[in-house]
Design a protein around this ligand. Structure first.
Ligand SMILES: C[C@H](CNC(=O)c1ccc(S(N)(=O)=O)cc1)Cn1ccc2ccccc21
Ligand SMILES: [Zn+2]
Length: 260
């Protein structure tokens, strides 16, 4: 019984065999077409107030590179936008491709970005993360697109510098004094819709907040990300690339925009 992944024998087309939610009506990611988006003037700006001291470790779990934060109290929270209340930052991670022309999970007007960064928050009114992922308003994920360009954003460097210490599956390193809000682009414009985890168990508990403005990374930084391995130490090298789920059926959902 192979654990889920992104290969032909355990990839997105087969996740539903062990995770029936994968065939639900509110799955993520999706393709966003501007012509179908509805501007919602009632959408207020979102606000993140993160404590750099909440950052704990960075790890390679064989499927992504993840930074974990202390979420035992309202220390780093996201408010506003489509959200009611303060959602606690739990972790951030990325999805990327084997080349610069693809890798993001959400696709905007046919455009795929080289990578997509997810900042995962949960609603403490549901007690803990396990409880939150069973609720439609349980989790909020801020998605930031990464585009390869000439003027890379310096702040992403901090994450990529750690890559050398977590090359193989299971490797973890301390990652402290990091405020992920430095990764935000200038514009606060966003799209929002209701969806799911883009990985098993694919629970439909996520309010997605996708930032319209991508941040820039360099080709070298993308190569760095692609130097991560799915395999454990002393196992045959299996590059950690293409850890993205293809777009899922929109099924009548409305995507709202905070901007005109
Ligand atoms: C779902 C959880 C592991 N998965 C995630 O937390 C997760 C977060 C964000 C995304 S994405 N790509 O959509 O942003 C995908 C997966 C495992 N898990 C299952 C039950 C459970 C209970 C407590 C703690 C962890 C638990
Ligand atoms: Zn993700």
């Amino acid at each position: 019984q192979s654990v889920w992944g992104y290969d032909s024998d355990n990839g997105p087309e087969r996740w539903h065999e062990n995770y029936p939610m994968a065939k639900g009506d509110k799955q993520s990611p999706i393709e966003i077409n501007s012509k179908d988006v509805r501007h919602d003037a009632s959408l207020t700006p979102w606000h993140a107030s993160y404590d750099p001291g909440a950052a704990k470790t960075i790890l390679n779990n064989g499927r992504t590179c993840r930074v974990v934060f202390d979420d035992t109290f309202d220390r780093s929270v996201l408010r506003g936008g489509p959200l009611t209340g303060a959602y606690r930052l739990r972790q951030l991670h990325l999805h990327w491709g084997s080349s610069d022309d693809h890798g993001s999970e959400h696709i905007i007007d046919g455009e795929k970005y080289a990578a997509e960064l997810h900042m995962v928050h949960w609603n403490p009114k549901h007690g803990n993360f396990a409880g939150a992922l069973k609720q439609p308003d349980g989790v909020a994920v801020v998605g930031i697109f990464l585009k390869v360009g000439k003027t890379p954003k310096a702040e992403i460097k901090r994450i990529l510098e750690e890559i050398d210490n977590i090359k193989t599956k299971g490797k973890e390193a301390p990652f402290q004094h990091f405020d992920p809000s430095i990764l935000f682009p200038k514009s606060r414009d966003y799209w929002t819709y209701h969806g799911s985890f883009t990985t098993p168990p694919c629970e439909e508990c996520i309010t997605w907040i996708l930032l319209r403005e991508p941040i820039e990374v360099s080709a070298d930084q993308m190569a760095k990300l692609r130097s991560l391995s799915k395999n454990g130490e002393n196992e045959p090298v299996n590059p950690l690339v293409d850890n993205w789920r293809p777009p899922q059926p929109v099924k009548g959902r409305i995507v709202r925009a905070s901007f005109k």
